[in-house]
Design a protein around this ligand. Structure first.
Ligand SMILES: [Zn+2]
Length: 338
C-alpha cells in the first residue's frame, strides 16, 4: 500500500502571478488522485510541531517566518522565495505530512509514500529561505526519524535538477544521514561538486553526482545503477527519503536536462530495487518541476513504479563524468568500483 498526501490545501501557499513554483503544480498532480485508486491510501495532511521544525532550523528563523506571514501582503524572503499570510501554516503542514508518512512507513502501516507538498524544501538552510524553499522538509523528517523512530541511518536521495544545498549543509558532518544527489552542474545554487564528500565524521557520507547540461535518461540510469545502488547496499539505510524534483525533465522551463517522464520512472525503479535489498521504506517528497504536464506525467510514472510496475528498460550511458564519480566515491564505498 502506498500512502499519498495530495491535498488542495497546499495550493494556499500563494507565490503571486507568474511564479514558476505555483499552486497549479498541486492542482495538476491532484487530478491523478481524484478517483479511488487500488493500492493507494490517501493520507490527510498533518501539521508539524514547531519543535519538529526546530530539529533542523534555528528557532529565531522559525519565529521570523511566522512573523513575515502575519501581514496580508506577499513578502519576499529572498530574490525568488515568497511567502503569503498562509505560507507559515502550509510550510508546517508540508513538513508534518512528510513526518507522518515516514512514521507510517517505519510502523509498516504503508509500504512507501509520496508527499505532494509545497513549498519545496531542499534549498532551505538552517536560518535562511532560498530557492522557493522555506523549511527543509526532508531534513526535518530525517531528524525526526532519528530522534523519535529509533533508527540510526537515513539516506536522502535527491534527483531534483538543482543541488540540495540546504540538505547537504544540514548533514555535512553527520554520518547518520547520507546525502546522495544527481543535479545539473554548474547551475543554481552553485554547490554540489563531486569532490564535496562531507567533513569530519561525515566524510564520505555526501555523495554528489554532478552532470553537465543536456544529459538524457541513459546518463542518469548509469549513475543510479553504478553509484546509488552499491552505496545503498553498503550503507544499509533504515529509511530512504527522496527529494523528488521533476525539473530535470526535457520540457522543464528552468532545468537544462533531457530526461523523459519514463526516465523518472526508471530512476524510481532503481531506488525501489536497491531499497528492497536492504528492506528500507521509501518516502518521496515533491521538490521542483515546473512544466505542469511533464510534472504530472513524471509523477504518474513514479507512482506506478512504487505500486510494483516493472521498470522501463533504459540502457545506461557511461562517460567521463561517471568515471570521475566512480573514482571519487569508490574511495569511500569500494562496492562502487566493482
Ligand atoms: Zn529544482
Amino acid at each position: 500500500m502506498i500512502g499519498i498526501v495530495s491535498d488542495p490545501v497546499f495550493m494556499d501557499h500563494d507565490t503571486g502571478c507568474y511564479h514558476p513554483e505555483s499552486s497549479l503544480r498541486i492542482q495538476y498532480i491532484h487530478t491523478l488522485f481524484y478517483q479511488k485508486n487500488p493500492g493507494i491510501k490517501m493520507i490527510d495532511p498533518v501539521i508539524a510541531r514547531v519543535d519538529d521544525i526546530a530539529l533542523n532550523h534555528d528557532m529565531s528563523y522559525v519565529r521570523k517566518i511566522a512573523g513575515c506571514c502575519r501581514t496580508h501582503d506577499l513578502v519576499n524572503l529572498d530574490m525568488d522565495t515568497v511567502c503569503c499570510e498562509d505560507s507559515y501554516n502550509i510550510a508546517l503542514l508540508a513538513a508534518g505530512s512528510l513526518i507522518r508518512l515516514t512514521e507510517m512507513a517505519l510502523n509498516q502501516e504503508i509500504d512507501a509514500g509520496f508527499a505532494f507538498v509545497r513549498p519545496p524544501g531542499h534549498h532551505a538552510l538552517k536560518a535562511r529561505a532560498m530557492g522557493f524553499c522555506i523549511f527543509n522538509n526532508v531534513a526535518i523528517a530525517a531528524r525526526n526519524a532519528l530522534k523519535y523512530q529509533g533508527i540510526k541511518r537515513v539516506m536522502i536521495v535527491d534527483f531534483d535538477v538543482h543541488h540540495g544545498n540546504g540538505t547537504q549543509d544540514s548533514f555535512y558532518n553527520d554520518k547518520s544521514v547520507l546525502y546522495f544527489s544527481t543535479h545539473q552542474y554548474p547551475f543554481y545554487p552553485g554547490t554540489g561538486g563531486v569532490s564535496d564528500t562531507g567533513r569530519g565524521k561525515g566524510l564520505g557520507y555526501t555523495v554528489n553526482c554532478p552532470l553537465s547540461a543536456g544529459k538524457r535518461d541513459g546518463h542518469f540510469i548509469a549513475v543510479y545503477r553504478y553509484i546509488l545502488a552499491p552505496v545503498v547496499q553498503a550503507y544499509e539505510p533504515e529509511l530512504i527519503l527522496v527529494s523528488a524534483g521533476f525539473d530535470a525533465h526535457a520540457m522543464d522551463p528552468i532545468g537544462g536536462m533531457d530526461l523523459s517522464s519514463k526516465g523518472f520512472g526508471a530512476i524510481a525503479g532503481i531506488i525501489r530495487d536497491a531499497a528492497c535489498h536492504v528492506s528500507a521504506p521509501i518516502i518521496f517528497a515533491l521538490e521542483g518541476g515546473y512544466n505542469l504536464n511533464a510534472l504530472k506525467d513524471s509523477v504518474a510514472c513514479v507512482v506506478d513504479i512504487m505500486k510494483g510496475q516493472a521498470s522501463p528498460e533504459i540502457q545506461p550511458v557511461s562517460g567521463q563524468e561517471l568515471d570521475t564519480m566512480i573514482e571519487t566515491h569508490g574511495r569511500f564505498w569500494p562496492l562502487v568500483r566493482q
